[in-house]
Design a protein around this ligand. Structure first.
Ligand code: AMP
Ligand code: FE
Ligand code: FE
Ligand code: ZN
Length: 289
């Protein structure tokens, strides 16, 4: 007998080694199975490359899959991460735009390494690229390469000494605006959701983003307290936004994976899918192939 849908739970914020996670798609889905999750969404930073293999692994495991990405954007000098869900991962404009951001990321790795070298930390960009082995490398890969080379004792030390914002090897990243990111997701037929709003202290940009077509807000996140979740649930209600949630699992964290630590009831997934169907129909009308 099939389970009633209402008893299913989703984790809608996950990373693999196609960006700065450590799991392969197959490993991630195996962890999702262990957590008895009914729905997984992959949201790697500035790439959709991991979606086809994750979809395949989910299908084999009987888990519903939602194709996604997490775009790094900016609004009124706040860094904002925009999650795109139910996007067409073969959309040519989406692929073209994210390829530009991947080049920005690769050049930024070289700049960060150069700054480290100026600080007499002898890391080479090629070590970072070899370790990252993906098109969207970021600071976590630099941190791991520093640990691997024995130049720092831990990932935390790498961020604290060198890589955190305004530390000596930090390099700002060129970003699209949050409104451009929202439009890019919409023209790919997906819904745009503001990720972990509490981490960006960015409530004042929400009305602007709602005017720009924002569809939802990530109320439930590993780093949101229940008071923060309640705060964003109220904002979602006030602006008529979708409610989403996810763990933001990047692999093992203090010995265990975060996947499944946030469990979004399926009713929110149904609303997200209904909105995505509207966005997809609008994209077909506005941007015919
Ligand atoms: P980037 O996109 O290259 O700027 O790197 C941002 C990523 O680095 C985030 O998605 C997190 O995965 C990770 N990160 C950011 N700050 C820290 C920190 N203080 N310690 C560990 N990881 C961090
Ligand atoms: Fe990350
Ligand atoms: Fe994020
Ligand atoms: Zn994330």
């Amino acid at each position: 007998m099939s389970e009633p849908q209402e008893s299913r739970f989703a984790d809608l914020h996950l990373h693999t080694f196609f960006s700065d996670g450590t799991y392969s798609p197959e490993e991630l889905v195996a962890q999702g199975e262990r957590q008895e999750l009914g729905v997984l969404a992959l949201t790697d930073h500035d790439t959709v490359e991991g979606c086809p293999p994750t979809a395949k692994a989910c299908a084999a495991a009987g888990i519903e899959f939602i194709a996604g990405t997490e775009l790094t954007a900016e609004q009124d000098r706040h860094e904002i991460h925009i999650l795109g869900y139910e996007i067409d991962v073969q959309n040519p404009k989406l692929l073209h735009e994210i390829s530009k951001f991947q080049i920005v990321r690769q050049n930024r790795i070289r700049e960060m390494v150069q700054r480290l070298n100026e600080l007499n930390v002898p890391l080479q960009a090629e070590e970072v690229f070899a370790l990252a082995n993906c098109r969207a490398p970021g600071r976590p890969h630099v941190a791991r390469a520093l640990v691997q080379a024995g130049l720092v004792g831990s990932l935390d030390e790498a961020f604290e000494r060198f890589l955190k914002k305004n530390r000596p090897a930090w390099v700002p990243k060129f970003k699209m605006s949050a409104l451009e990111a929202t439009e890019l997701i919409h023209q790919s037929g997906g819904v745009a959701v503001m990720a972990h709003p509490a981490l960006n202290r960015s409530d004042e940009v929400i009305p602007v983003m709602v005017d720009g077509g924002l569809d939802g807000i990530e109320c439930f996140h590993t780093k949101h307290s229940s008071a923060m979740a309640d705060h964003y649930l109220q904002i979602a209600e006030r602006f008529n936004l979708l409610v989403t949630g996810g763990s933001d699992c990047h692999g093992l964290s203090k010995g265990r994976p975060l996947i499944g630590s946030v469990r979004l009831p399926y009713v929110y997934v149904e609303k997200l899918k209904a909105k995505a169907a509207e966005r997809r129909a609008a994209a077909v009308r506005q941007f015919p192939a």
